[in-house]
Design a protein around this ligand. Sequence first.
Ligand code: BDR
Ligand code: CA
Length: 319
Amino acid sequence: MPGRRKIIIDTDPGQDDAVAILLALASPELEVLGITAVCGNVPLALTERNARRICELAGRPETLVFAGATRPLLRELVTAEQVHGKTGLNGPELPEPSMRLQDAHAVDFIIETLMTEERASVTLCALGPLTNLALALVREPRIASRIQEIVLMGGGFFEGGNVTPTAEFNIYVDPHAADIVLKSGAPIVMLPLDVTHKALTTAARTRAFRGLGTRVGVAVAEMLEFFERFDEQKYGTDGGPLHDPCVIAWLLAPQLFRGRCCNVEVETTSELTMGMTVADWWGVTSRPKNATYIRDVDHDGFFRLLVERIGRLKSPVPA
Ligand code: BDR
Ligand code: CA
């Protein structure tokens, strides 16, 4: 289809990553050039496998999946099995993937793609720690000016953090990588906790996915039911924040979101506030505006879009 927006999804699935991948694969406006896995929610051996399981669930085994970084740039890997379960994708029964993992390293794929595709025609969608993106930017700095946009789920300012009082998981896991990305000069859109905490997987919304009656719809409902239990207990809400699909929804329907361009920097030295994203929302400094920082979403519109698109995926039930 002409005019499709080309994207690479960098991800650490993760149930919410999985729903984001499904949303992208279900959307004809997007051309998924590849999926690059990074360590994060669980170690890389599981995230790359989960990425392939999701492609097969979507009925898209031809999707290119690459494995990337096995650890953050400088710090030890911190994972989140307490949220996502031992496999990272607890909830539905999903078979072992049979599609193959690509031989190339994720970072090489990102560089190669950006250097060969037309300038400013490829968007990087980052759903996990930013290690792969930072490595690509360091190895081949010329890619910064060739990226159409980096749209990332990460950070939080008004909402505070979710892994420490001040830090959001993706940024906390690799703050040094986030620092490199935010200073890269590439156009950046950030979907932080300030917006994702407004997109809750309420019981009614989960029922809507199950009610699709498709294998994918039921699997999404099962993923969300597992994933939301941790945050429901923590925040006392009906449902938990559905973080990563906000990135893909922003590409499909930016009118659902509100934000502004401002300076965002990452704390990389203080152990107390490590990984905190400091957003100069009110423009009280003269620091350069380097990101569009999204703070609000039409959450009903977001879930309507999501249910409608997930409903398009009608993969056959395996024998
Ligand atoms: C982010 O951390 C992960 O656990 C989720 O997949 C999401 O990308 C939210 O803080
Ligand atoms: Ca994620």
